[in-house]
Write a protein that binds this ligand. Structure first.
Ligand SMILES: Cc1ncc(C[n+]2csc(CCOP(=O)(O)OP(=O)(O)O)c2C)c(N)n1
Ligand code: SF4
Ligand SMILES: [Mg+2]
Length: 300
């Protein structure tokens, strides 16, 4: 796994887009320690987006793409919604699925990749909105977990259908009034993290994307556990600033307010026993690798 895969033939170098040339020069493909700290110094796998200015989904995309452990061998599966506006600008293989079908598509894809590339690591990561994950796609979401499909499901939870103007979603908070849901939500927010745990996910996290280091940690854990053990689920609060009446500078504060210990996005994590064991093994290997690298630097 390295930049060899994206290298440009010398004869064609001049006619390649400058963004591609930059990817070859300074993207972090193949770097074991890649993470959010590379943002600003290396070519990112996303540099533009067509979301509203200041939309927290754009921060979430940047942190996730900087943290994927194996981007050159990852396929992301998206679904209709604000997130789908971003995928055409992402330098990771991705598939757009019919709204709600994303976990069914990812199941087939993951299985096909393991047949087509036996013995090679191929990660699959679903990234969809709350309407796609919980409402219209709930059957596909749950069945993939029941079948123990080995991929990660990420839900960008903005608590409504943002892309179609603000309809009610199962993850909307009780009492919330949206532009296209004037009566106000009558029921509590569906407890999808708990449902994910009870449906067989081995790693479940509910949090905001206010802290890049936290996003990096949970993405790495979720992808590694899905690769080796079984389904993982991340529910990330990416507020729709347009719908909650905030300006482009206020998304971060909204997330900080919502992650306080008594709030609905207080950090929540579930790790199954086999997943705990895997994380401990990975941490030990990482420590060994870093110690060996330090020793080598000392010798040089
Ligand atoms: C099969 C199908 N049903 C409905 C729609 C209309 N539609 C497009 S985006 C969307 C809402 C998306 O909401 P969510 O998944 O929460 O993503 P967000 O836009 O909030 O990020 C809907 C209902 C569609 N495109 N296809
Ligand atoms: S409508 Fe909301 S979720 Fe969609 S891009 Fe704009 S702020 Fe982000
Ligand atoms: Mg939504």
């Amino acid at each position: 796994m390295s930049k060899e895969r994206i290298k440009i033939s010398e004869d064609l170098y001049d006619i390649m887009p400058s963004d591609y040339q930059d990817l070859v020069k300074s993207a972090t493909y193949g770097k074991e320690d890649r993470g959010w700290k590379d943002i600003g110094t290396s070519k990112e796998l996303i540099e533009q987006h067509s979301l509203c200015a200041g939309c927290p989904e754009s921060m979430a995309f940047r942190y996730i793409l900087a943290s994927l452990p194996n981007p050159e061998d990852t396929v992301m599966v998206g679904s209709t919604g604000c997130t789908s506006l971003v995928f055409p600008m992402v330098a990771v293989h991705n598939i757009h699925s019919l709204f709600g079908n994303q976990n069914a598509i990812a199941s087939g894809l993951k299985r096909a990749l393991s047949v087509r590339f036996p013995g090679r690591v191929k990660d699959v990561v679903v990234l969809a909105g709350d309407g796609a994950t919980v409402d219209i796609g709930l059957d596909m979401t749950l069945q993939a977990w029941f079948r123990q499909e080995k991929f990660t499901t990420i839900c960008f939870d903005n608590e409504l259908y943002a892309n179609t103007g603000g309809q009610e979603s199962g993850l909307m908070q009780k009492g919330f009034v949206a532009k296209m849901a004037p009566v106000g939500k009558l029921f509590d927010k569906v407890r999808l993290p708990e449902i994910a745990r009870e449906s067989g996910c081995h790693y479940v996290v509910n949090c905001t994307v206010s802290k890049p280091s936290l996003v990096e940690k949970v993405i790495r854990n979720a992808v590694h556990i899905a690769r080796e053990i079984g389904p993982t689920y991340l529910q990330l609060y990416t507020p729709c600033i347009l719908e909650i009446g905030k300006n482009s500078m206020e998304g971060l504060q909204e997330m900080r307010d919502s992650e306080k210990p008594t709030e609905r996005f207080a950090y929540k994590e579930y790790v199954s026993e086999p997943a705990k064991q895997l994380l401990a093994e990975l941490a030990a290997k990482d420590k060994e690798r870093k110690a060996a690298a330090k020793q080598l630097t000392g010798q040089a």
